[in-house]
Design a protein around this ligand. Structure first.
Ligand code: ADP
Ligand code: MG
Length: 809
């Protein structure tokens, strides 16, 4: 059992704007505990909770300042937890902090760069790397991904659901068994045999989460997400199985309702979130108080699910994410206070071992079979089958060492097998008889010797003949060996090309991957080649998210054109283009590595062949000279060996690089898939908004015959909300003062170079007024006429806007 308090870490997010100096400071004392001092600015201190204080100090295991990168966070915070999970203990890492403070960035990672991947992908990579290294146990890994919103659980990994709403996802419920263990009904567990499969599941869950999010539910900030790795391990032949769970938790934003100032439905949701965070706080308070017997876990779904992680059988770590800007100071202080209470909780992690009944049955069955044979033997029912060659050989060895052993106490142990016992008796009998014959024979020795002398010249003749025969056979063998080699090469080539064909037919995630060990060298050579091949095929692989990104097929031409414009001017398109470029580079790097691996592989083959030839030459030389070649150092052979070693280590290096590159390529592809889904989703929302806007402000309502354009500010506010993730962007003011920039980025270009064919009406007409169209209601069914009208409307309004902009300037 390992007793440990919950470890608490803090991470400060880089500010959106240039940070005011002196809001906080970080100190490390001689005991290596870090403390964070939050200094209240003068103007804030007056109206603050406790206006007598000027600063607040909080202790953490370690505090990561703004410049801390994701790899350090993983190394220091997540790796120790992952290690204890690999050893068979439960582990939990949860991020707590206000919306926008970096919880998702820390747990899952940023959506743009590979280097921004967070704790989940890095942990998956680490865990699978360790599993691959450890051949002493058999491991199985399963993944689940649960989202809790408004006290309801949803399964994010249900592949059958094309969720467009959160409610479309399968509902997960909790129940307690008589032993008070919590079970989750309807939460699917997916086996992942390698890092790639696990990553695909993470991205599938994240995409489902994104698609299911609506402006009404803002699930990303108001729900809790629990990504769980379930690890099972056992030693071969053992019936004892270890289970360990690793929860990686992205909690809802911890901000208080009063601050967010929401009403109606949103208030209910915020209350729910606060309720579950409030219950989490209650559980934490109860746990940190001595002598409290009742801990109110059952009050909310989240605390029920995380029951073990809080004061139970688990190694738990909390990351307090902080956005230390002036207006966030009260939230930051409350996050730190919460962390201080969490740090008082003691957990007791135990090894979760249990006997697998199925394995136990198999073991007992074997034991019964052994006992039955023993019984048969003692009751005289003997086994009839003969002893095998190997058994006989083993027995002979035992007898020989028994006879050689001078110790009178030594015993011959052959077990309770009558066949072996009989064999031993036969052996001794034979030995005894041989000895007798030898004795009789010694009397005839003298006559025998004379006969031997007479036969001597005959033997010389015979040995010369035999030597000739040997030479002949050797030549024959050499010819045969060469023939065999050629045949073998042919079969190998045929096998290799057929395996390449097969690898083209299957998706890359199924590719077998044998690490380059000397024992499995040949296997790893061919697998590396197919790996290189797989990489070049990744580009065409059927994406896991394809169904979700392939929505454009059903679009009308007008809508497609609008989508193209939207995409071009969307802030994320820069990221997508950048990632495309990086992907291109990585692909060509992978291709070059693949080619280099193939080159090294054939070089290794040639060197091995040269070494064999060298050996054969030496043997042949020895035979022709009729002498046994002494084990002399051969400089040529040594040179060949050195070259071979060099090529082998080059092979291993390139192979490792290719493997890492493969993971990076897959990650980038998944990031791009996700970005595309996001873009599509935002386009749909924008399109719907444009349609509504056309409906609400039909041209006819304007007495001048031209539509009153939305002010640029209106537009920017509305659209920047989309481009930066809506109200979650903590820096609302910052968004307003980049009006021009955002308008350019998100809106269709103000100067379309080509007038649209579908837009109808002359260009001049478009620029001055909105084309007439009586619109009573606009269904969003993808009707191509209606779509063209919306497009024309958008373009026309853009021209008006642009004119207005120019006029103002
Ligand atoms: P939360 O999940 O707490 O609401 P996010 O993780 O979504 O917050 O972070 C909000 C924004 O800040 C995102 O755009 C994210 O990329 C960025 N961000 C957060 N933490 C960091 C960091 N440590 N370094 C760089 N960017 C960060
Ligand atoms: Mg988040």
């Amino acid at each position: 059992m390992v007793k440990q308090t919950i470890q608490i870490f803090a991470r400060v997010k880089p500010p959106m704007r240039k940070q005011q100096q002196g809001i906080y400071s970080i100190d490390e004392d001689e005991k290596l505990t870090s403390s964070l001092e939050i200094i209240l600015p003068r103007d804030l201190a007056d109206g603050f909770v406790n206006n007598k204080r000027e600063s607040y100090k909080f202790k953490f295991q370690r505090i990561f300042d703004q410049d801390a990168k994701q790899d350090i966070i993983f190394e220091i915070i997540a790796k120790p937890v992952a290690e204890s999970v690999l050893a068979g203990y439960n582990g939990t890492i949860f991020a707590y902090g206000q919306t926008g403070s970096g919880k998702t960035f820390t747990i899952t990672g940023g959506a743009e760069r590979y280097s921004d991947r967070g704790i989940i992908p890095r942990t998956l990579s680490y865990v699978f790397e360790q599993l691959q290294k450890d051949s002493s146990k058999i491991y199985t890994t399963h993944i689940s991904y649960l989202e809790i919103y408004n006290e309801c659980g949803f399964d994010l990994l249900d592949p059958r659901h094309e969720a467009s709403k959160l409610e479309d996802l399968p509902k997960v419920t909790i129940f307690e068994d008589p032993d008070q263990n919590i079970h989750l009904k309807n939460l699917s567990l997916h086996q992942a045999t390698n890092e790639e499969e696990a990553l695909n599941l993470l991205f599938l869950g994240d995409t489902n989460r994104m698609i299911a999010e609506t402006p009404m539910n803002q699930a990303s900030t108001r729900s809790h997400c629990i990504f769980t790795v379930h690890l099972t391990s056992k030693e071969p032949g053992s019936a004892t199985v270890r289970h360990a769970k690793l929860h990686l938790v992205d909690l809802a934003g911890s901000e208080r309702v009063a601050k967010t100032g929401v009403g109606g439905l949103l208030l209910t949701e915020a209350k729910y979130i606060n309720l579950s965070l409030h219950y989490l706080e209650q559980v934490i308070i109860a746990l940190s108080e001595k002598h409290r017997t009742h801990i109110p876990y059952r009050n909310s779904m989240m605390t029920s699910v995380l029951r073990d992680s809080l004061g139970g059988n688990c190694m738990t770590t909390m990351i307090a994410t902080l956005s230390l800007e002036k207006r966030n100071i009260d939230e930051s202080i409350s996050t730190c206070r919460f962390a201080q209470r969490v740090a008082l909780i003691k957990n007791e992690a135990i090894l979760n071992e249990e006997i697998d009944p199925r394995l136990m049955i198999i073991r007992l069955q074997k034991e019964i079979a052994d006992l039955k044979t023993e019984l048969a033997m003692t009751t005289g029912e003997l086994r009839t089958e003969e002893l095998t060659e190997a058994e006989l050989l083993q027995l002979e060895k035992l007898i020989a060492s028994f006879l050689e052993d001078q110790d009178p106490e030594s015993r011959l142990e052959v077990g309770a097998d009558m066949r072996k016992i009989h064999h031993c008796f036969h052996h001794f009998k034979k030995l005894l008889n041989d000895k007798k014959t030898l004795k009789n024979g010694s009397e005839e020795t003298s006559s025998e010797t004379t006969r031997q002398v007479r036969q001597e010249p005959l033997k010389d003749e015979e040995s010369a003949k035999l030597r000739d025969l040997l030479k002949q056979r050797d030549n024959e063998i050499n010819i045969l060996v060469n023939m065999l080699k050629k045949e073998k090469k042919k079969t190998q080539d045929a096998f290799y090309s057929s395996s390449l064909e097969k690898s083209e037919a299957r998706p890359p995630q199924n590719s077998p991957f044998v690490p380059g060990s000397s024992a499995g060298e040949r296997a790893s050579f061919s697998s590396a080649a197919s790996q290189a091949q797989d990489l070049s095929l990744c580009r065409h692989r059927p994406s896991l998210l394809h169904k979700k990104t392939g929505m454009r097929e059903g679009m009308s031409l007008g809508r497609q054109e609008a989508f193209e414009i939207f995409k071009r001017d969307h802030a994320d398109s820069v990221t997508i283009d950048d990632n495309k470029q990086i992907l291109k580079q990585r692909f060509s790097e992978a291709k070059a590595l693949g080619e280099s691996i193939n080159g090294t592989r054939s070089k290794i083959g040639q060197l091995k062949e040269a070494l064999t030839q060298r050996h054969l030459q030496k043997v042949a030389l020895g035979l022709s000279r009729n002498v046994v070649t002494p084990a002399m150092p051969d400089p040529q052979e040594e040179k060949l060996r050195a070259q071979l070693e060099e090529e082998k280590s080059r092979y291993k290096m390139t192979f490792t690089r290719l493997k890492a590159l493969k993971v990076e390529i897959e990650h980038l592809q998944l990031l791009m898939d996700k970005a595309k889904v996001k873009l599509q989703k935002e386009f749909e929302a924008w399109w719907a908004e444009e349609a509504t806007s056309l409906e609400v402000n039909p041209p006819a309502t304007n007495p001048q015959g031209s539509m009153k354009p939305c002010t640029q500010e209106d537009q920017t506010q509305r659209l920047s909300k989309k481009s930066s993730g809506g109200w979650e962007a903590e820096d609302g003011t910052a968004m307003l003062d980049v009006c021009d920039k955002n308008a350019r980025r998100i809106l269709p270009s103000p100067c379309p170079s080509q007038p649209s064919q579908e837009s109808g009406g002359s260009r001049a007409q478009q620029q001055d007024s909105i084309p007439e169209r009586p619109v009573s209601s606009i269904p969003l069914t993808g009707d191509s006429q209606i779509d063209s009208d919306i497009l024309a409307f958008i373009k026309a309004r853009q021209s008006v806007l642009q004119k207005k902009c120019l006029g103002n300037n």
